[in-house]
Design a protein around this ligand. Structure first.
Ligand SMILES: [Zn+2]
Ligand SMILES: [Zn+2]
Length: 361
C-alpha cells in the first residue's frame, strides 16, 4: 500500500514536472520562429523570409516561367502580402518570376540594385512597379530593413558607382536574428567578395546562400574563411546548361566545413530559427549516389545547429590516422578523393583517428 502511494506520488510529481516543462515548450512554440525558404525555382534564385512578427520579404523570383508556381508556393505558405521584395540584379533568373508575384500580391516596397538591363523582362518588371505605384528604393550598402522582433536585414552591397558587371551589382544582404545570421549574395562574383572583405563589415554567417548558383566565379577561399558557413545552400536547376554548381565551389565549401544543400537535389530548403538555434529541413533527401565533391554526404531533414557555430565537422584522410579542423593547413592538403568527413570528434576517435597536434581538434 505504502509503495503504491509512493508510486502515485512519484507519478503526480512527474506529471507536474512535465506539465510545467510542457507549458514552457508550448509558450516558446507560441513565438513563431524566423523562417527562411530557399525555394526550388529550378535554375534561378528565390528566397522567402518570414519574421516572427509575420513580416515577409521575398528576395528574387526565379525565371518568368516559374512565376505562376512561385505565386502558388507563397499562397500555400499563407502569404497574403509581401512587405518587401528585393530584386538582387536584373537577370531574368532573378527578376522574371517577380512579375507574377508583383501582379498578384500587395507589395509594401521594392528594393532594387538600380542596375539597368535592356531586356523585355526587366522593362515589364519596372513598368509593373510603376503601374501599381509600389514604393521603390535603391538598396545600397549601409541601409537596414527592420523585419520586427529583432530580425534585421543589413544591405552590404552594392555601393555607388555600380560595377559594370550586372552580377557584381547584386544586392548582398545579411539577415540577423539573435545569434543566427544568413548571408544572401545574389550572383555576386569574386570582385564583390574581395570588396566585402576589404570593407571589414561583419559577414560571418552560419547560413550562406552560395553566390551565382555555385559557379566557379564566386566562393573564394578567403571569403568562405571569413563567412565560416555551417550550412551552404545552392539554388540551382537540375541538369542546367551552365554546369552549375562547379566542382571547385563544392570542394571549397567542403574544405570550409560547410554542409551543402542544393535545390536541384533537396527541393526547397527551409531554415527555422528562434535566434539561438536553427533547424534545416529539406523537401527531398538527396540521392546517396550524388554526394558533393569532397565526399561529405548531404544531410537529411531535421539537421540542427546553434548560434555558437556548432556543427563543426572534422576532416581526415584515408592516407593518415590524424583528424583535423577543416581550417587546419593539413586538412586543406587532403585531396578530395582521400577526404573523410566526421560529424563529431567521437565519431573520428571511434574510427581509430587521433587529433592533429597542430590544430588540436
Ligand atoms: Zn543567376
Ligand atoms: Zn546573374
Amino acid at each position: 500500500m505504502l509503495r503504491r502511494r509512493f508510486a502515485l506520488a512519484v507519478l503526480l510529481m512527474l506529471a507536474l514536472a512535465l506539465g510545467v516543462f510542457g507549458g514552457a515548450i508550448t509558450s516558446r512554440e507560441a513565438t513563431a520562429p524566423l523562417v527562411v525558404h530557399f525555394i526550388d525555382v529550378g535554375q534561378g534564385d528565390s528566397i522567402l523570409i518570414r519574421s516572427p512578427s509575420g513580416r515577409t520579404m521575398l528576395v528574387d523570383g526565379g525565371e518568368p516561367s516559374v512565376g505562376h508556381r512561385l505565386v502558388g508556393f507563397l499562397r500555400d505558405k499563407g502569404v497574403t502580402k509581401l512587405d518587401y521584395v528585393v530584386s538582387t540584379h536584373p537577370h531574368a533568373d532573378h527578376i522574371g518570376g517577380l512579375i507574377d508575384v508583383l501582379r498578384e500580391f500587395p507589395v509594401g516596397r521594392v528594393y532594387d540594385s538600380g542596375k539597368a538591363h535592356t531586356t523585355q523582362t526587366y522593362e515589364d518588371y519596372l513598368l509593373l512597379i510603376e503601374r501599381k505605384d509600389i514604393p521603390f528604393e535603391l538598396a545600397r550598402a549601409g541601409k537596414s530593413i527592420d523585419l520586427g522582433d529583432g530580425v534585421k536585414v543589413l544591405v552590404l552591397w552594392p555601393k555607388d558607382p555600380l560595377p559594370t558587371s550586372i552580377n557584381d551589382a547584386s544586392v548582398v544582404i545579411r539577415l540577423t536574428y539573435g545569434k543566427v545570421s544568413v548571408l544572401l549574395t545574389g550572383d555576386a562574383e569574386s570582385a564583390v567578395e574581395r570588396a566585402l572583405l576589404a570593407s571589414r563589415k561583419e559577414i560571418a554567417s552560419q547560413i550562406l546562400k552560395v553566390a551565382h548558383h555555385g559557379s566557379s566565379s564566386s566562393c573564394t577561399g578567403a571569403f568562405l574563411g571569413k563567412v565560416k558557413p555551417v550550412v551552404a545552400v545552392i539554388s540551382v536547376g537540375a541538369g542546367n546548361r551552365y554546369g552549375h554548381p562547379s566542382d571547385s565551389t563544392l570542394k571549397a565549401l567542403a574544405l570550409a566545413g560547410a554542409k551543402v544543400y542544393r535545390t536541384d537535389q533537396n527541393g526547397t530548403v527551409t531554415i527555422r530559427s528562434d535566434g539561438e538555434r536553427y533547424v534545416v529541413e529539406v523537401e527531398t533527401q538527396a540521392s546517396p549516389r550524388s554526394p558533393p565533391a569532397g565526399g561529405c554526404g548531404l544531410a537529411g531533414t531535421g539537421e540542427t545547429g546553434t548560434g555558437q557555430g556548432k556543427g563543426t565537422r572534422y576532416y581526415a584522410s584515408i592516407k593518415s590516422n590524424k583528424f583535423h579542423y577543416p581550417s587546419c593547413r593539413y586538412a586543406k592538403q587532403i585531396s578530395a578523393s582521400s577526404l573523410i568527413v566526421f560529424n563529431s570528434r567521437e565519431e573520428a576517435i571511434a574510427a581509430g583517428y587521433v587529433p592533429c597536434k597542430v590544430c588540436r581538434p
